[in-house]
Design a protein around this ligand. Structure first.
Ligand SMILES: *Cc1c(COP(=O)(O)O)cnc(C)c1O
Length: 413
């Protein structure tokens, strides 16, 4: 168990988290390196002898230390911006295992990616194909691309993170794809190498991903019959994790076994782009209780982390478990856990049955390794949190807490 209690103290691997909270300060993200590497290895082992590239979706958690851990383990990367490519290169990632996704790649980003020698562009419009062709021509290189197709499959998840339906901005309608691939043959500096899709995130029942894979594979069969040299299928990310007690995350090996059954006979390289399922369960956000307060209707636990540190509860009504760093025998309360930001939407938990935490005590917001720090901001001029990486019985700060000077960097009066 990555996070577990020993003598009523919460540990990550072999490290007592209260010691980290005291030394590194709060709010502070803490990640387990073992958990991150184990999740990557679960995908890698399950794919086994099938030719494959696992491209970790950088947007889930783009800390250099996390990227570096994964790069050392042999992982590739799925990027959605030039900034993410810069981070991957800084972390020692192999550009030959990078795929570039996203609907709005700029000319500068395309040039940077081509000069860096990335493996593949996942393209989302014909205008983008034309632009990549133009930039590749100017640089004298050939760009490999996949079309990201929209298979019109409902991922059954939060509407903001569902991406595979016909009215979403993502991808090219799967019915139009053969014609787009045919027209793309006219681009002299492009080579069609794959088909990609990504239908959404936090998917707990993976049957829609299998359904999408079925549609994408039959498209590939058709494209190959048309004489296109399609050699890979990219099935995106999206596997969910357990946020609530009783919620069951799909087992990575079962999901991959189901995919293998369908893909095995096509002779394709399989690419996948998991984000949340690699880093989500590996991280917690540590916070300190500042005050307790009781309104006529409610109890409030006021903590030093806020929606600028972890926006998922406010944005998606997401549930994160709240764990005390020191378990006391005392009774439970029902309370809202709220931060200092001036918004009613600034809550980390609502009407939650939880430990009777008093000012000065510490709490961990669980399952915060994905889309936590990465979506944090300086709203209310709050410096962004520190980040800590645990490795066995050791730990180190991998991102310093921002200072007030950092807050005004680059500004003029
Ligand atoms: C966000 C995203 C992913 C990762 O999704 P997870 O749910 O974090 O696994 C993969 N591919 C693309 C194109 C994405 O936009």
């Amino acid at each position: 168990m990555t996070f577990h209690y020993e003598d009523e103290r919460l540990l990550c691997e072999g490290v007592e988290l209260e010691a980290v909270a005291r030394e590194a300060g709060t709010p502070c993200y803490v990640y387990s390196s073992r958990s991150i590497v184990a999740a990557y290895q679960a995908y890698d082992a399950a794919l086994g002898s099938l030719p494959h590239v696992i491209c970790y979706a950088v947007k889930a958690n783009s800390s250099l230390a996390v990227l570096s851990l994964l790069a050392k383990a042999g992982c590739g990367f799925d990027i959605v911006s030039g900034g993410e490519l810069y981070r991957v290169l800084q972390a020692g990632g192999d550009p030959g295992r990078v795929v570039f996704s996203g609907v709005g790649k700029t000319t500068e980003e395309i040039g940077f990616a081509l000069r860096s020698g990335i493996r593949n562009f996942n393209c989302e419009s014909e205008g983008e194909l034309a632009e990549i062709d133009r930039v590749a021509g100017a640089l004298g290189v050939t760009a490999r691309f996949s079309l990201r197709v929209n298979p019109d499959v409902d991922a059954v998840t939060h509407p903001y993170i569902s991406t595979g339906l016909r009215d979403h901005k993502f991808g090219i309608d799967i019915a139009d794809a053969p014609a787009v691939y045919a027209r793309a043959r006219d681009f002299r500096n492009l080579r069609a190498s794959g088909v990609s899709c990504h239908i959404g995130s936090q998917i707990l029942d993976y049957s829609p991903i299998l359904e999408a894979a079925g549609k994408v594979l039959s498209l590939i069969g058709q494209l190959q019959a048309d004489g296109l040299g399609i050699d890979h299928v990219d099935l995106g990310g999206g596997l969910g994790i357990a946020y609530q007690p009783g919620e069951q995350a799909p087992a990575i090996h079962e999901f991959i076994a189901a995919l293998r059954d369908r893909i095995g006979r096509y002779g394709l390289t399989v690419m996948i782009e998991p984000g949340r399922s690699i880093v989500g369960p590996a991280g917690v956000l540590l916070t300190k209780v500042l005050y307790r307060k009781q309104s006529p209707a409610k109890k409030f636990v006021i903590v030093d982390a806020a929606m600028n540190d972890l926006i998922r509860p406010a944005l998606y009504k997401a549930h994160h478990e709240i764990l005390p760093l020191r378990r006391a025998g005392g009774g439970a309360i029902v309370a809202d856990v709220v931060g200092p930001v001036c918004e009613t939407g600034d809550f980390l938990a609502r009407d939650r049955e939880m430990t009777d935490a008093q000012p000065g005590e510490y709490l961990a917001i669980a399952s915060a390794g994905a889309y936590g720090f990465a979506q944090s901001s300086n709203y209310n001029s709050r410096p962004r949190a520190a980040e800590v990486l645990i490795d066995g019985s050791g730990w180190r700060v991998v991102r310093e807490r921002e200072s007030f000077e950092d807050l005004v960097r680059g500004e003029t009066r």
